[in-house]
Design a protein around this ligand. Structure first.
Ligand SMILES: Cc1ncc(COP(=O)(O)O)c(C=O)c1O
Length: 459
């Protein structure tokens, strides 16, 4: 088996000085497996290192190895780790305000950040409910949708991921095994295929424009399953992330709008992962100028400093749900709002989205040729810095998670840590402000790993 070494000399930021996993990582992984629920020992760990620290886009492990970070706190550090201005805002906020239950003792940074956020969000949105995590924003959106309409049912889409609480899991449909023995406990969700022309489940005369899904909802779901007047609305990831970077065609959105108008349905966009610049626009909604009734944000909202979620909603939803309780003790911390204000300022005013466009171009140049050249590549989907390579078994043409696992393991051993999932994707959520040279180096590693794994299978 031929295997590339990392393209970096030891003086460069990426330095695989020792074995991966090293002795310390191995011991720490094995110890964690005896203490932490769900943790895997070194022999089975997907990421076979233990973190010692992060700076910018570099991860260091406890053995002193350094890696390029394509996990990015699973999308929570859009400006890289430890951004000095974001961290300074958070630390100053913590010194000044400590921790407060802000729906009891209000603090100014909540309004200041809400004003800034609403000024750049879709114009249909005019109020903010703060939460701690993405999952909580989804819970709150579901609560508000039902309270505002007085209707029980919510439509969601195959492939979506919304979090780990009972309701967020019931709404999700990424993989059946994620909800083992639980889905029946939380009724009220109707799942339909995601508008994905690359693997449309409907028969077409021409190419798929996504209206097959809206037609299915109108003609089948609302006829056979639940009448439309019992449906509160739709929750959709405007670009699916965990399911492998899938983008609906424009015609889907206009047809969905038509359904909304005819039946009084609310549209909730889950932008927990797509929000704050990930897809090349500040929000994925901006690609189609969508005007949702509710929008969920979290992850990168505070620039990687502190947990912060926000549900943005229209005035009509806010008025109709006035008595509904949201938030909690840690929701809307003043320090998190100060960090989020600084991060938003940097993303919107300091060329970060221009950098995303440059890096997107580098990714396309590096990866697109592999579509034809590599027998294991089923598809490559890139939207801004939302990146997914899908792998297949060349013998059967079927999705091959074991091949994405091999590519990932090879990347790790060459100095790149990204996201490998069980569906058969290798994905990246790198910092939006990553230096082009470092990003190019990451692309070099990923391309080499894909090429080598494909060649090994051929031998
Ligand atoms: C689209 C989407 N919604 C919700 C969540 C849940 O967010 P959190 O992990 O912050 O609870 C995620 C997490 O990956 C997500 O991708």
């Amino acid at each position: 088996m031929s295997e590339s070494k990392s393209p970096f000399p030891t003086s460069d930021p990426v330095n695989l000085g020792g074995a991966v996993p090293g002795i310390r990582s191995r011991a720490a992984l094995d110890r964690a497996a005896t203490l932490i629920h769900g943790a895997e020992p070194a022999s089975r760990s997907t990421v076979p290192i233990v973190l010692a620290g992060k700076k910018g886009s570099i991860l260091t492990d406890v053995d002193g190895n350094r890696f390029i970070d394509f996990v990015g706190g699973w999308g929570s550090t859009p400006l890289g780790a430890d951004h000095p201005r974001v961290m300074a805002a958070a630390v100053e906020g913590l010194h000044r305000y400590s921790v407060e239950n802000t729906d009891y003792v209000p603090a100014e940074p909540l309004s200041t950040f809400a004003e800034a956020l609403l000024s750049v969000a879709p114009s249909s949105l005019s109020r903010v409910a703060y939460e701690v995590s993405g999952t909580e924003t989804v819970e709150t959106a579901l609560k508000l949708m039902r309270a505002a309409t007085g209707r029980p049912w919510i439509i969601s889409f195959f492939g979506q991921y919304h979090g780990e609480s009972y309701a967020a899991q019931a709404l999700s449909a990424q993989q059946a095994e994620f909800h083992g023995g639980m889905r029946h406990l939380m009724p009220g969700y109707l799942h339909v295929p995601y508008p994905d022309p690359s693997r449309c489940v409907f028969r077409h005369d021409g190419p798929c424009d996504g209206t097959c899904v809206t037609e299915w909802i109108r003609e089948r779901l609302c006829f056979h399953v639940v009448p439309p007047e019992e449906i509160a609305g739709v929750v959709i990831e405007p670009i699916i992330g965990e399911g492998g970077v899938l983008t609906p065609p424009p015609a889907f959105w206009s047809e969905l709008d038509e359904l909304r108008r005819s039946h009084g349905w609310l549209l909730t966009l889950d932008e927990v992962e797509t929000g704050m610049g990930r897809t090349g626009r500040l929000f994925a909604a901006d690609h189609w100028e969508l005007q949702p009734d509710l929008m969920c944000l979290a992850k990168g909202l505070s620039g990687g400093a502190l947990p912060l979620g926000a549900v943005l909603m229209s005035e009509a939803v806010a008025e109709a749900t006035d008595g509904v309780h949201t938030g909690g003790t840690w929701a809307g911390q003043p320090a998190a709002c100060l960090a989020a204000r600084e991060s938003l300022r940097i993303i919107t005013a300091e060329g970060v989205l221009d950098n995303v466009a440059i890096l997107e171009g580098i990714a396309r140049d590096a990866l697109e040729p592999l579509r034809a050249a590599s027998p294991i590549v089923a598809d490559i989907r890139i939207r801004g810095l939302y990146l997914a390579v899908e792998f297949m078994d060349p013998a059967t043409g079927r999705r091959a998670p074991e091949i994405s696992a091999r590519v990932h393991q090879r990347c790790v051993r060459m100095g790149l840590i990204g996201i490998q999932d069980d569906v058969a994707h290798y994905r990246g959520l790198p910092a939006l402000n990553m230096e082009p040279e470092l990003f190019s180096a990451a692309m070099e590693i990923l391309s080499a790993a894909i090429t080598e794994v494909g060649r090994d299978l051929d031998e």
